[in-house]
Design a protein around this ligand. Structure first.
Ligand code: DLL
Length: 432
């Protein structure tokens, strides 16, 4: 039973009792099993006994992507390798990925959380769901897959990349739900619309996330496909999809607070934000064994409300995301840091460090283009040399970020110089 009062409708007092017990346990776990955390806590004179419950949370140090990078790949793992049954990874700020590991228990909790999220979208036993998030190191595919199986739904593991096959299967196998990025779903909707096939599909709901989208875009998807569309949030460091999801009332995403303790901080001061104020979302994992994280700074900007929802759930709700406090871009659901591209370019050593990236959305699909300055000689030499370098840069960047990119090489001093902080990215995508 997924939608159950014990987990979703407990009183604030009951939730705090549960969180207190779980927080003290996880703090002990990281202190005793993770040298990096032990040292971090000792550096500020903390012992596990100093943390009696969530009212002590502010005493604990933050964790950031840099901590994961500094301890790459396994330095923050709190379980021995023999207990780790799965590894996932996402982009780091420079070349190295952020690696996360799950014990069997972690996978069970993750599946339960995703199942709880899918339940909000009406998915259950008897549903047929197409999972069109990428499968692989990205958490989207397998995360949604295990959650749907946990519910007893029939899963079609589509992954990404072949819209024709996806829409054919959607129709032929009678899919009633789909899990994919919102921009991809809008693309699917427009494809079906153009082919006059909307009436032939049985889709009832969608669970979309992994990238920012707007309420207007959600309504557009619902209107086009005549379905109910839900916003699912998550991040690999904390677990993957299924950290929070919105219910039929769409008044914020319910956070699975029994597993992830949320805080909102002001990024400039790193202090707890005033109640209801927008700030950076921070999570402490309360039940994870593989890689529990303490006060992980997500860099995602949102606000939080503890009011009971009309649906009856008492879980805290975070509002739709308002952006990020760093420069991470999400392109086709893939996280990209401009610094990764810069590092790859510099390592090649054949270009100048002057470049500009442009992200746009064409037919609801993100495209990434880039202009890079190269020496004059490439323009006076044979054209073939220019083409070869273009291809080489495209390959190098694609390998570094995992996304196709179109590169145009330009002559020296043609990219506008900035007086202040260099403008490296122009994001032309308009979230409708
Ligand atoms: O994107 C996990 C996921 C998969 C979530 C499928 C939902 C569905 P990462 O690749 O680690 O994990 O990227 C995490 O993506 O910090 C946000 O900036 C962004 N993000 C994820 N979901 C949403 C959402 C997955 N619903 C980063 N709205 C996060 C806005 C989102 N941004």
């Amino acid at each position: 039973m997924i939608w159950n009062e014990t987990k979703e409708c407990m009183s604030r007092d009951q939730m705090v009792v549960l969180q207190n017990a779980r927080l003290t346990k996880v703090v002990n776990r990281v202190y005793h099993n993770v040298e990096y955390y032990r040292k971090k806590m000792q550096a500020v004179g903390l012992e596990p006994g100093d943390i009696m419950g969530i009212e002590d949370i502010e005493k604990l140090p933050y964790t950031t992507k840099d901590d994961l990078r500094d301890t790459y790949p396994f330095g923050l793992f709190a379980a021995p390798q023999s207990e780790i049954v799965r590894i996932h990874a996402s982009s780091g700020t420079t070349g190295k990925a952020t690696v996360v590991g799950y014990t069997r228990h972690d996978i069970d909790i993750w599946s339960e959380c995703v199942a709880r999220a899918l339940t909000m979208a009406g998915v259950g036993k008897g549903s047929t769901i197409q999972v069109a998030y990428g499968y692989g190191l990205f958490t989207g595919g397998l995360g949604a897959h295990y959650g749907a199986e946990h519910l007893g739904a029939t899963v079609i593991p589509m992954s990404t990349g072949n819209t024709k096959k996806l829409t054919t299967m959607m129709e032929d196998l009678g899919a009633t739900a789909i899990a994919c990025t919102p921009s991809y779903l809008l693309h699917i909707a427009e494809t079906l619309e153009a082919e006059g096939r909307i009436a032939d599909i049985k889709l009832k709901s969608a669970i979309c996330g992994a990238e920012p989208w707007t309420e207007a875009m959600r309504i557009q998807i619902e209107d086009k496909l005549k379905i109910s569309a839900h916003d699912i949030y998550g991040l690999s460091e904390i677990m993957g999809p299924g950290v929070a999801c919105d219910c039929i009332h769409h008044t914020g995403l319910h956070v699975y607070e029994d597993h992830f303790l949320p805080e909102i901080i002001t990024p400039e001061t790193l202090k707890t934000a005033a109640s209801g104020e927008t700030g950076e979302l921070v999570f402490t994992t309360l039940t994870k064994e593989g890689i529990p994280l303490i006060r992980y700074r997500t860099k995602d900007l949102t606000s939080i409300s503890y009011d009971k929802c009309e649906c009856g759930r008492t879980l805290a709700r975070i509002s739709r995301f308002k952006g990020r406090s760093d420069d991470m871009l999400i392109i086709r659901g893939v996280n990209v840091f401009p610094s990764q591209i810069e590092a790859a370019l510099i390592e090649m050593g054949e270009t100048s460090p002057h470049y500009i990236m442009e992200v746009d959305r064409v037919n609801n699909l993100d495209i990434l283009q880039m202009k890079v300055e190269v020496e004059d000689r490439y323009f006076s030499d044979e054209i073939r040399e220019l083409e070869a370098l273009t291809k080489k840069i495209e390959r190098t960047i694609r390998d570094a970020i995992g996304l196709a990119i179109t590169v145009k090489l330009v002559e020296p001093r043609t990219i506008e110089r900035s007086m202040g902080k260099a403008v490296r990215v122009i994001d032309k995508r308009k979230l409708v």
